[in-house]
Design a protein around this ligand. Structure first.
Ligand code: NAD
Length: 351
């Protein structure tokens, strides 16, 4: 197969970890006779420094003519002040909006060889296999904002269409997994949550009677995620709840450096990125964990290119590298930890 992949490495450790994911994709292409063309473009702080904009027009043009986007991370301490008018994260928000990437898929699985890294007890981690789907282009992050000297407001709004497409995606994916959908809201307090819950109930009753549905308040979900994580299968939730819940869930495997994500819209174009940020504290030292980005590349193969066998091959190679003890510093804080490149080499060797 021929595929044109936009490479937006971004800032900090972004270029370091995406380089390893590209190497893995190149091996897959060679082995299976695919033709993957990579084209790089600027995004984030480096784009502001170079062009003045966090998402320059040439980058937007490139992603629109690509089959998939491999994204690193954005942000540098220089732009940390949240009152700045132009900030790196605006590049990512605009990208999601322009491409209509409304669903963020974040799988959370625990690696047997890494139970010692998780802050949770090993017996709680047995069988954890969660897919969180976060609504990505609506809710309070995108609503109107106001500010006076003494008050501030952020509008949270959702439409039936925005909720319905997340419910259908979640239920379809749950059907192919363990057949359970947990919808997380705050319907005892928020009107948007009451709409979310009624749309979910109706669609599940009419279209997915074979998928078990449970509703859970966000506060209870935050607790149950730690108390009984293996009970969850597919979780759907709105933008801000999903943002917080997925960072909490990332602690189950034990490091942000193990968690991939995919942002999808109505077509096959998707954006694939690790859930971590640009990690300025370790950038440039060659010690970042590339596994989350390599696992994001596996999601790219699966969701944008339809290459399920190749996706599983990459996931299996990462699993084997971890099982064989190849650990970066976040997983093994000692002088014997693998570098970013060595972890990438380990996956390439096992492909
Ligand atoms: P972060 O995820 O960058 O780092 C949090 C901690 O985890 C740091 O100690 C870091 O060293 C460590 N870490 C993260 N990824 C790692 C990896 N692959 N290997 C080893 N250790 C890793 O979050 P932060 O420090 O809150 O934010 C830093 C910058 O990243 C900020 O500018 C923030 O806005 C940005 N950010 C970007 C994204 C994105 O690009 N999607 C997401 C979150 C944060």
């Amino acid at each position: 197969m021929k595929a044109h992949i936009a490479l937006l490495a971004g800032d900090g450790i972004g270029p370091e970890v995406t380089a390893e994911a590209v190497r893995c994709l190149e091996v897959i292409a060679r082995q299976h006779g695919h033709d993957f063309q990579f084209e790089s473009a600027l995004v984030g702080a480096i784009a502001i420094d170079t062009t003045g904009a966090p998402l320059p027009d040439p980058t937007l043009d490139l992603v629109k003519r690509s089959d998939a986007i491999l994204f690193g991370a954005i942000g540098t301490p220089k732009y940390a002040d949240p009152t700045l008018k132009v900030r790196p994260e605006q590049g990512l928000l605009k990208l999601r909006q322009e491409l209509g990437l409304y669903a963020n898929l974040r799988p959370v699985t625990c690696f047997d060889a890494l139970v010692d890294v998780s802050p949770l007890k090993a017996e709680l981690l047995d069988g954890v296999d969660i897919l969180v789907i976060r609504e990505l282009t609506g809710g309070i992050y995108f609503g109107e904002k106001t500010r006076t000297e003494t008050t501030a407001t952020d509008l949270c709004s959702y439409s039936v269409t925005e909720v319905a497409r997340i419910v259908r995606l979640g239920a379809t994916l749950a059907r192919a997994r363990r057949g359970k959908l947990t919808s997380v809201d705050k319907a005892n307090v928020l009107e948007t949550s009451r709409l979310w819950r009624s749309v979910t109930q109706q669609i599940m009753k009419d279209e997915f009677p074979d998928v078990a549905l449970e509703h859970m308040y966000i506060d209870a979900a935050a607790m149950h995620l730690l108390r009984r994580p293996s009970d969850f299968d597919v979780v759907i939730t709105e933008n801000m709840f999903g943002d917080i819940l997925t960072d909490e869930a990332s602690m189950l495997p034990g490091s942000l450096g193990l968690c991939p994500s995919a942002s999808l819209g109505s077509g096959t174009l998707g954006l694939y990125e690790p859930i971590h940020g640009s990690a300025p504290d370790i950038a440039g030292r060659g010690i970042a964990n590339p596994y989350a980005t390599i696992l994001s590349a596996a999601m790219l193969l699966r969701h944008s290119l339809g290459l399920e066998a190749e996706a599983r091959q990459v996931e299996a190679a990462v699993n084997r590298a971890i099982a064989d003890g190849v650990r970066t510093a976040d997983l093994k804080p000692s002088a014997a930890a693998a570098s970013t490149r060595e972890a990438g080499d380990a996956v390439v060797a096992r492909l």
